[in-house]
Ligand binder design. Structure first.
Ligand code: NAP
Length: 331
């Protein structure tokens, strides 16, 4: 099969090659997916470049990208034939000890990591649902239903943030989102945010209190825990929850224990791929239901053929993508 891979960490241009690799077969408990779309997420490029927590290779040869979508074309022992021909999206393709991800024509992986994809959802959209969609799901629902609650989604035009707004709105929450300018405010509002606050030129804590008549918010789905901590302390309600999936503004912030304790705050820093299985299964289930019930908006930033995967990784590294960058393995 055609695939992209790297055998050492480094810049995309230096280490990623495209060529032939053995086509995998579905092992026991696995399905094989003929991939139509592969999602490139920030952690995929950090893993390939050796940045942040990712200082070692996940195997001697790594096929990058964890998310994807395609059609099941083979099942292994113990997996029902009903999967054959099924359109699916998948997550954790290159995570948790798995080295061979989705930047390839085929992937074989545990059947529990794939979810049926309805005919009216494109493969590119399906390849957005793993990391962005499931992270958003846990960010919103980590502590139960949000009906009637007020949720602050920081970075509401981000790949994760945009889904978080949609999922929280679908589940009956009032959503306020932070953004960096008018274009992103429009994205967040289209996703369902009732109000937006520009975090670059407004006092977010004060603005959120004003928008909630002084009450504050029940939950914060946070893209920058350290960078946003002052605003969090200003607008989180008593017994509120902060579910944080990144902290790029300050990776090791000083924790104001007294203020957080006084607020009875629950802090949930988390990383999707190692969440308890029950939480990941809940995300697969609820996302399927949400796709059936809501007019979901999927934000594909750009699509590249497999032989331009270097450009796709660089597009994520440029830090100005709007949505998820997609690689099409068969293009
Ligand atoms: N823990 C996990 O499991 C997990 C899962 C997914 C992603 N992540 C991490 O989460 C981060 C975002 O991923 P993504 O794919 O959503 O990226 P993205 O599409 O680039 O979105 C990031 C968004 O965050 C906004 N932003 C940055 N700093 C902010 C701040 N202090 N307050 C409010 N908004 C802020 C950016 O807005 P502007 O550019 O307009 O400023 C941008 O819209 C990455 O670091 C990624 O590695 C972690």
């Amino acid at each position: 099969m055609r695939a992209a891979w790297y055998e050492r960490l480094g810049s995309a241009a230096e280490v990623i090659g495209v060529g032939e690799q053995p086509t995998p077969s579905a092992g026991p408990g696995e399905v094989r997916v003929k991939l139509q779309a592969s999602g490139v997420n920030p952690a995929d490029v950090k893993r390939r470049s050796g940045l942040a927590r990712y200082t070692s290779m996940d195997g001697p040869l790594v096929i990058p990208n964890s998310d994807g979508a395609g059609i099941v074309d083979q099942v292994g022992a113990g997996v029902g034939d009903h999967w054959l021909g099924q359109r699916v999206w998948l997550y954790n393709g290159q995570r948790g000890g798995r080295a061979l991800g989705t930047a390839a024509e085929y992937i074989a992986l545990d059947a529990g990591l794939v979810t049926p994809l309805a005919d009216d959802v494109s493969f590119s959209a399906g390849a957005c649902l793993g990391i962005p969609g499931m992270t958003a799901h846990y960010g919103v629902f980590s502590d139960g239903p949000v009906r009637g609650k007020t949720v602050l989604v920081t970075g509401g035009a981000g790949a994760v943030g945009h889904y978080a707004i949609q999922l929280a709105t679908w589940a009956g929450a009032k959503v306020i989102a932070t953004v960096s300018g008018p274009e992103k405010a429009a994205e967040a509002e289209a996703a369902g945010a009732e109000a937006t606050v520009n975090y670059r030129n407004q006092d977010v804590g004060k603005a959120v209190l004003d928008l909630t008549d002084g009450a504050g918010v029940d939950r914060i789905v946070d893209v920058d825990f350290g960078g946003n901590l002052a605003a969090t302390l200003a607008c989180l309600k008593l017994n509120g929850v902060v579910t944080a999936y990144a902290s790029d503004g300050d990776l090791n912030p000083a924790i104001p224990f007294g203020a957080l304790m006084g607020r009875n705050a629950t802090l949930r820093p988390f990383v999707l791929n190692v969440l308890p299985l029950s939480a990941r299964q809940a995300a697969q289930r609820d996302i399927t239901r949400w796709l059936e019930e809501a007019d979901a908006i999927h934000r594909v930033a750009d699509s590249y053929p497999l032989n331009q995967i270097v450009a796709a990784h660089e597009a994520v590294e440029a830090l100005n993508k709007l949505g998820t960058v997609i690689v099409e393995p068969h293009r």
